[in-house]
Design a protein around this ligand. Sequence first.
Ligand code: FAD
Length: 490
Amino acid sequence: MRTGKQYLKSLNDGRTVILDGEVVGNVLEHPAFAKVARTMSELFDIAADPANGMQFHSEEIDGPANRTFAAPRTQEELVLRRQAIEKWAKHTHGWVGRSPDHVGTFFAAFGSHPDVFKNEERDFAGNVERYYKKILSENLYLSYAIIPPQVSRATTASGWEGEYLQVGVVRETEEGIVVRGSQMLATGAAIADEVFVTCIKPLGPDDVDFAVSFAIPVATDGLKLYCRRPFAPAATSDFDYPLTSHYDEPDALVVFDDVLIPWDRVFINRNIDTLRRQFFDTGAHALGNWQAQIRFSTKLKFIASVARKVTQVNGTDKIPGVQEKLGELAAIVQSVESAVLAAEYTATTDDAGMRVPGKSALYGAMGLQSETYPRVISILRDLVGGGVLQLPSSVADMTSSVTRPDMERYVQSPGVTSEERVKLFKLAWDIIGSEFAGRHQQYEMFYAGAPFVVRGAYTYRNYGYDALVAELDTFLGSYGIDGTTASEGI
Ligand SMILES: Cc1cc2nc3c(=O)[nH]c(=O)nc-3n(C[C@H](O)[C@H](O)[C@H](O)COP(=O)(O)OP(=O)(O)OC[C@H]3O[C@@H](n4cnc5c(N)ncnc54)[C@H](O)[C@@H]3O)c2cc1C
């Protein structure tokens, strides 16, 4: 299996990553990307080491592959898959949202349901199968851009002024389709191998040109990544910003300047119906978002541990009111892990033989995520008080002989050295207050879609209201004006 070193080596490939009006040369030499790329390489090394139990024998490629890219066929495989995802998530404490297991999981489901992509003119089903094998055999890191740019949400792209603002097909050639336009916010693309591009938002009949699905190397002619302001370069040290410095995944607007997508990289071409079905008839949306919840649960547990330690250091943990706050935090954090396990427990096997996590439990947790995460952050914010600001400006104040004595005398707690205290509270600030922290709040609230979409389209539709209402109707039908009583009726 590909190692971290091999992954890093492949990144200097002439990709067009843009920051501050300029094309970044080698991303590995730029402070915005170097450390987070190294974090990803560590993940690949963990997966490549058989001792970590993250490999499996893939029948598709008849060889060893990354367990997080496996399509689970049995309950045992589903459990092993969760454990492999947890292994990676624990390495980053859940602070890397789009590690390679995220989009890789979607392709595990696509590759197991090639029929969904079947097309009379071209072998798109075969393309999906072959591409999934490529991911397995090359241990690829994919990012994705599946949301139209935020131009106007009053209409879909066909109603916008200006042609091809959203990525769409301009023309077809013998070699493939030529696409132009943009798609919003591909997290990780600047340091990924490939980018998967499609549209998960519902489109209308006039949007057919935008109904595409394809994957291409990031270093493709005409593909440009406009990255948001990175936070890692401003991180003065690991000690000052322990999360920002290692886990600042870049987010980028993806722009296509008439990019040729070879036919073998196309999965859907101008087909609105298949566009929706790729996510929902393959089980990809459930399997992919289950990966995200496993990662989310790992992160919440990490935040809870910081909250608990802060109260210990500050000597507030014996106060009943503080214990109640820690109790609320524990309840929220546990509910997410419970949903992950409940989705595993209620998994079903679909027509293609793939185990799909239980949707009611999965989408139930996701429906609350836009409140869960801000609430968790708010509790930690409450517990740390001003301690996250009563801190030295940087690690330099801790090492300078002029300032160190004051730090050791005034910024410490009973039985806790100055270094230990400052370290903990700087970590807390990177969770609640740094720019990285702000981006994470936005990420957790929006990564699976705006909250109105998650609740309306996923949680509501998958809850199973029909069965509940049927039971209610049985009860209501058991008594009436003829004098039948409810107890007799039941
Ligand atoms: C940090 C971060 C990382 C991301 N990474 C990725 C990625 O890797 N790949 C990717 O494809 N996407 C990514 N996204 C994009 C993400 O998928 C979108 O942000 C998400 O789908 C919501 O779309 P939007 O931001 O356009 O919000 P909008 O759809 O514009 O909604 C914004 C708000 O407008 C209101 N609103 C809009 N329409 C309605 C309506 N019809 N009814 C009610 N209220 C409405 C709601 O208040 C809603 O919350 C990322 C986003 C963030 C923040």
